[in-house]
Design a protein around this ligand. Structure first.
Ligand code: HEC
Ligand code: HEC
Ligand code: HEC
Length: 128
């Protein structure tokens, strides 16, 4: 017999699976209508260390590799594709441009429910 309920459920599941990258991106603060406004650096600060879209999804991996390269290999700087040489530093570099951690990092993290423990040790301003 034809089971309308199962068909509808199956269709709903199918649609949910097909659009899951979209839901994920909204959950990650990727521009959904409810994502909180972030304080972005002034244009004069220059571009991010990677493409903005890439950063939104992968900044944690970048920070992890920076830490490993600095702490294990002593490689403290890197040259970006555009020629800039930057220091691989969470505070000096990231917070050097994203100067207000609460209005940028924390805003998004609170929204998605992430609590990085980094600032148990690292200071929250570009000073250190
Ligand atoms: C030279 C200044 C500068 C530095 C250094 C910098 N950023 Fe950015 N960042 C920007 C700008 C400007 C944007 C917005 C640019 C865009 O969309 O291209 C941005 C975008 C981002 C975004 C995406 C935000 C969004 O929702 O669009 C994240 C996340 C981010 N940065 C994290 C970091 C982290 C983590 C570091 C250090 C590893 C860092 N940034 C270093 C200037 C900087
Ligand atoms: C647009 C949203 C957004 C912004 C802005 C943002 N983050 Fe994140 N961050 C995330 C998301 C989402 C995760 C969790 C990713 C995951 O679990 O895959 C995350 C995870 C992290 C993690 C890993 C935490 C863990 O426990 O694994 C670190 C470290 C981190 N962010 C640092 C920063 C710093 C530093 C800034 C500001 C310079 C920043 N983030 C700005 C969205 C953001
Ligand atoms: C238990 C303390 C502690 C915690 C927690 C911690 N770090 Fe660190 N981190 C250090 C120390 C110590 C260094 C070495 C400092 C140096 O040599 O300049 C360092 C170095 C780094 C560096 C390279 C140097 C710099 O100036 O940034 C990065 C990047 C970094 N950590 C990222 C992170 C991230 C991301 C997290 C959270 C996911 C984190 N750390 C959590 C203690 C800590």
């Amino acid at each position: 017999m034809y089971d309308g309920g199962k068909v509808v459920f199956g269709l709903a599941l199918f649609v949910a699976l097909c659009t899951s990258p979209l839901w994920l991106s909204v959950a990650r603060g990727g521009g959904g209508a409810e994502a909180p406004p972030l304080q972005m650096p002034a244009p004069a600060a220059g571009k991010c260390v990677r493409d903005g879209e890439w950063m939104r999804n992968s900044h944690m991996e970048l920070l992890n590799s920076w830490r490993d390269e600095v702490v294990r290999e002593g490689k403290r700087s890197e040259q970006l594709a555009d020629g800039r040489v930057i220091e691989k530093s969470l505070t000096k570099t990231c917070l050097g441009c994203h100067t207000d951690k609460t209005q940028f990092c924390d805003r998004c993290h609170d929204y998605v429910g992430v609590k990085p423990f980094c600032f148990d040790c690292h200071v929250e301003t570009a000073g250190g």
